[in-house]
Design a protein around this ligand. Structure first.
Ligand SMILES: CC(C)(COP(=O)(O)OP(=O)(O)OC[C@H]1O[C@@H](n2cnc3c(N)ncnc32)[C@H](O)[C@@H]1OP(=O)(O)O)[C@@H](O)C(=O)NCCC(=O)NCCS
Length: 186
């Protein structure tokens, strides 16, 4: 598998439909991730949302990291997963970054792609001086188990944080952080 790549508007705009399709697959297939949108998806809505994220990257406020991989069924190289580093303007916390949308295609899970994406994200974050990373995930989801394996420290749970696409129930959000400058932080 090639190394993860940073999305580039000049090279990767043709991948946007695949990026949207993967986002939709993660929402509509187990474990039904809470990820901004709820089905039924309105035509063009998620495309427009991703175009805004690309615009933010062009403005220097974001990095979109993609993992390409061969689909064993089709033999085609496709977007297998991605994650984003949000880099909001903050004079008081210019060293902070937000991990968003770690999504791996149901067809490419358990092959180490999330780990590869997060390793690349952290390397990019260090280059950008964003050494204190925060993220949230759904309480009780598989992802909640993965972040501690990647060195993230759980800080707590907010009840009733987001609406499940499966049954519209309210689910908790579990919050994590990682200080990339700290070798071990308890
Ligand atoms: C969560 C998700 C990103 C994991 O992606 P992945 O590429 O399958 O994960 P990896 O293969 O890189 O595994 C990373 C580690 O987590 C573990 N892991 C992966 N999936 C797991 C699961 N369902 N249950 C328990 N552990 C799991 C792996 O064993 C691995 O640990 P190890 O390296 O110590 O063996 C993927 O399942 C997914 O996209 N799920 C839906 C969307 C989602 O929940 N995203 C997170 C939003 S916050």
């Amino acid at each position: 598998m090639e190394s993860p790549i940073i999305y580039s508007s000049s090279e990767h705009v043709s991948l946007l439909p695949e990026i949207v399709a993967l986002h939709q697959a993660c929402i509509t297939q187990p474990p039904y991730v809470i990820a901004t949108f709820l089905p039924p998806f309105k035509a063009g809505e998620m495309e427009a949302w991703w175009e805004q994220r690309v615009h933010e990257q062009e403005q220097g406020y974001r990095k979109i990291i993609l993992q390409m991989a061969v689909n064993e069924k089709t033999g085609k190289t496709e977007v297998a997963g991605y994650c984003m580093l949000g880099m909001p303007v903050s004079q008081t916390g210019p060293f902070r970054g937000i991990v968003e949308k770690l999504l791996v295609s149901p067809e490419h899970r358990r092959k180490g792609i999330a780990r590869r994406l997060m390793e690349r994200l952290e390397a990019v974050a260090k280059e950008e001086g964003r050494t204190l990373l925060t993220l949230d995930t759904i309480t009780g989801s598989p992802a909640e188990l993965i972040y501690p394996k990647l060195g993230y420290i759980q800080v707590g749970i907010i009840p009733n944080y987001g609406i499940s696409p499966l049954d519209r129930s309210l689910q908790g959000g579990t919050f994590f952080y990682k200080n990339l400058l700290a070798s071990v932080e308890k």
